[in-house]
Design a protein around this ligand. Structure first.
Ligand code: APR
Length: 311
């Protein structure tokens, strides 16, 4: 069986292990700095396997040696937001954690594809790429599946149509200036604006942009983890099964959309080697301006990493 190591066995990491084990597509190693916690969660999940009839092996550890030879490394280590915090407020703390994790996992699994989740996501994905020195196609961040899923869920709530028929695409950085593409989104091929009046669509776009904050505000402690981990599992599955699945993901741009040297949310083809291709949508002036604004935000955060000596 393939091997997936998840660094950070907190809410998102352990729930990702749950989704992966349930799909029986990989053995999972959960690593955390907290002693006993990854071991306890892995044992608990192991004891669930007979009930659901799956033969995935889940192992918890505080030692990176146990991640050796992973096909995929997923990084969820770091602090989540508290109410009132933006993802950017986590920048310096999480950069130190992610850089350390990236170095240690690369040493054990030089051939792995790295999927990053820790926030601020676009910057942490860039940092992981820099620290590991890997080819850019082997590093990708998860944000777009989640942001698009939030939009899809809100459209489903409003229309009552099955989520399976609802296709929404959110591009750009994983922040409040993300770019929900209403023009490209549809319900079973019918453009969203034919289903919903403008004010309803605008409200869905606004709620999508603040989707993470809405959950942080409700939970009070910690941030969303079910939907982010489901998205991670979908990406890992696409890679392991070499599906050539098109998903919005945080990928490296080398000229696409006229941008260079940036990781940002774009439609991405995922397969066994990681990112196979970035798809370029035809964006109109307004969409392109919003995408550029979001990219400028990501780049200013990357500049802060340099300024603080973290890159
Ligand atoms: N090495 C390994 N694990 C670490 C390290 C480290 N250096 N530093 C922190 N961790 C672990 C913590 O011990 C914790 O168990 O990372 C885990 C994070 O889990 P949670 O606090 O439950 O946070 P979670 O909700 O999973 O979010 C993790 O994902 O969505 C983002 O903004 C979120 O950046 C945050 C990350």
């Amino acid at each position: 069986m393939a091997k997936v190591s998840i660094i950070g066995a907190g809410m998102t990491g352990s729930t990702t292990a749950h989704w992966l084990a349930e799909r029986e597509i990989a053995d999972v190693v959960l690593v955390d700095i907290i002693e006993g916690m990854p071991q306890g969660k892995a044992l608990d999940l192991t004891e669930a396997m007979p009930v659901i009839g799956k033969d995935a092996h889940i192992f918890g550890s505080n030692d990176y040696a146990d991640t050796k030879g992973s096909d995929i490394v997923i990084i969820t280590a770091g602090l989540p937001r508290k109410p009132g915090m933006s993802r950017d407020d986590l920048l310096t703390t999480n950069a130190k954690i992610v850089a350390d994790v990236a170095r240690k996992t690369l040493a054990q699994s030089p051939d792995a594809v790295f999927i990053v989740l820790t926030n601020p996501l676009d910057v942490m994905t860039y940092l992981t790429w820099k620290v590991t020195g890997l080819p850019s196609h082997r590093v990708v961040g998860q944000a777009g599946i989640l942001d698009s899923a939030r939009m899809r869920a809100f459209v489903a709530m409003e229309t009552g149509v099955s989520v399976e028929n609802i296709h929404c695409y959110v591009l750009g950085g994983h922040g409040d200036d993300m770019v929900p593409l209403t023009r490209h989104s549809n319900i079973a091929g019918v453009p969203l604006n034919q289903y919903l009046p403008k004010e309803k669509l605008d409200a869905i776009v606004a709620r999508t942009r603040k989707g993470g904050g809405e959950i942080v505000g409700l939970l009070k402690k910690g941030s969303a983890f079910y939907a982010p981990s489901a998205a991670l599992a979908q990406m890992a599955e696409a890679i392991l099964k070499d599906k050539h699945l098109v998903v919005p993901a945080t990928s490296y741009l080398d000229g696409e959309y006229g941008m260079h040297d940036i990781f940002i949310g774009v439609p991405t083809v995922l397969g066994r080697k990681g990112v196979e291709k970035v798809i370029e949508y035809e964006l109109n002036d307004e969409e392109m301006a919003a995408f550029r604004k979001s990219a400028e935000h990501v780049q200013s955060n990357v500049a802060k990493l340099t300024e603080f000596g973290l890159l």
